[in-house]
Design a protein around this ligand. Structure first.
Ligand code: ADP
Ligand code: CDP
Length: 206
């Protein structure tokens, strides 16, 4: 059984997926962390983020891998843990450049498809491209202002700057961010985190 939870930036995908996964007693998989890991390695090595071959060479050398724990996913490159470095503004600003490269998308998709079921998978194209066969699909939305207000509680930046960056990233991610036709769309704006998790569990008959 695979459950997909896609949605726009900061719509609550990872928090909601973690809650749903814990309630079901299964792992969740945060696909965005793999795009973020490729971006971080590229930035650290000083390679052009448009250069797919240079990025693939770095991924070959460092072989980042996802540890899909229900309480929070981690990413490792050998013995080094990358997790805490993946949510910087620098990675936020570069990741959508990396995510449009077909070679990088193929690299992420290949990693995800090796994972043993069951799991909850979150990202942009989990229900459309990567796991079209998923048993249940959800898509989270909320206005840019609400998402920026939520993110501002985690990061030392002001709300208008975060909102502008989210809008820019949504635009760059638009191609891979279309909801699956068979996904249930949830506007999380008026809901608490627990409320969104409850709607999904109800949709799953739990
Ligand atoms: P994403 O994975 O889509 O980027 P996150 O799960 O990181 O989103 O959520 C962004 C922030 O918003 C987190 O601080 C999270 O706790 C908070 N959050 C998520 N969903 C809700 C909600 N429905 N109500 C209030 N806060 C929320
Ligand atoms: O948490 P947030 O939505 O801000 O970001 P994320 O899910 O960690 O994804 C980071 C970036 O990776 C997105 O802005 C997309 O560019 C890319 N991504 C993607 O293209 N496809 C996915 N399935 C997941 C992420």
């Amino acid at each position: 059984m695979i459950v997909t939870i896609d949605g726009v930036a900061a719509s609550g995908k990872s928090s909601v997926s973690s809650g749903v996964a814990r309630a079901l007693g299964i792992p969740y998989v945060s696909s965005g962390l793999l795009y973020r890991a490729a971006t971080l390695l590229g930035l650290e090595a000083g390679v052009d983020l448009h250069d797919a071959q240079a990025l693939l060479a770095l991924l070959d050398t460092h072989a980042p891998r996802l540890e899909p724990l229900a309480e929070g996913n981690r990413v490792w490159a050998g013995e080094r843990e990358l997790t805490d470095a993946l949510h910087s503004s620098r990675v936020d600003a570069g990741v959508s450049v990396v995510a449009v490269l077909p070679e990088l998308r193929a690299w992420v998709d290949a990693q995800l498809r090796t994972l043993p079921e069951p799991f909850v998978a979150e990202g942009r194209d989990m229900g459309t491209n990567v796991f079209p066969q998923a048993g249940a699909k959800f898509y989270l939305t909320a206005s840019p202002r609400i998402r920026a207000e939520r993110r501002a509680r985690e990061r030392p930046e002001d709300i208008p700057a975060i909102e502008a960056a989210l809008i820019r990233r949504d635009a760059k991610d638009k191609v891979q961010s279309a909801p699956a036709p068979d996904a249930t769309v949830i506007d999380t704006g008026p809901l608490t985190l627990e409320g969104v998790i409850g709607v999904i569990l109800e949709g799953l008959g739990k």
